[in-house]
Design a protein around this ligand. Structure first.
Ligand code: HEM
Length: 135
């Protein structure tokens, strides 16, 4: 599977998942189970707003190009918000965030297969590495 095929498969899967309004709620429930340390960081969060922002940001993640040509990128603002200058999100928490996303996709995508999981993992990898590198 090429990077482009992976991105296309993951986007199609995301389209199937994100029609369910409760997808984002389910994602956060899973994330707080796998990563209890994250829950207090969202103590004051307005989740209606957060779900909207995350819907958009997952799209950015899946559209993050494998090859980049300098800053700014489509994830610059989101990366800056998570960096030590603002939210200070430990880069070690990202794998749990992605595992929670995959578990939730597994639950909501009725066409889920191991190949779909592989496509997601490939498609988000460069964006996640970018976010971690901007810490
Ligand atoms: C690639 C992974 C991630 C993406 C795409 C992402 C995306 C976002 C977006 C779009 C926002 C809203 C930004 C804004 O308010 O303008 C946000 C906020 C936030 N994110 Fe992430 N995030 C990621 C990973 C993480 C991880 C691993 C944590 C760990 C706990 C985390 C914790 C937070 C917190 C605490 C907020 C602030 C919520 C608030 O405003 O109350 N994020 N994230």
């Amino acid at each position: 599977m090429t990077d482009q095929e992976a991105a296309a498969r993951a986007k199609a899967s995301y389209a199937r998942c994100s029609v369910a309004p409760e997808f984002f709620d389910a994602f956060y429930r899973r994330f707080f189970t796998l990563c209890p340390a994250a829950r207090p960081m969202f103590a004051k969060t307005d989740f209606d707003r957060q779900h909207r922002l995350l819907r958009h940001a997952f799209g950015l993640l899946l559209n993050f190009p494998a090859q980049r040509d300098g800053e700014p990128t489509i994830l610059s603002r989101v990366a800056d918000r998570h960096s030590r200058r603002d939210l200070a999100i430990d880069p070690a928490l990202y794998p749990l965030f992605i595992d929670s996303l995959i578990d939730t996709v597994k639950q909501y995508d009725h066409e889920f297969t191991p190949a779909v999981e592989g496509a997601w993992r490939t498609a988000v990898a460069t964006g996640v590495e970018y976010m971690q590198s901007k810490y």
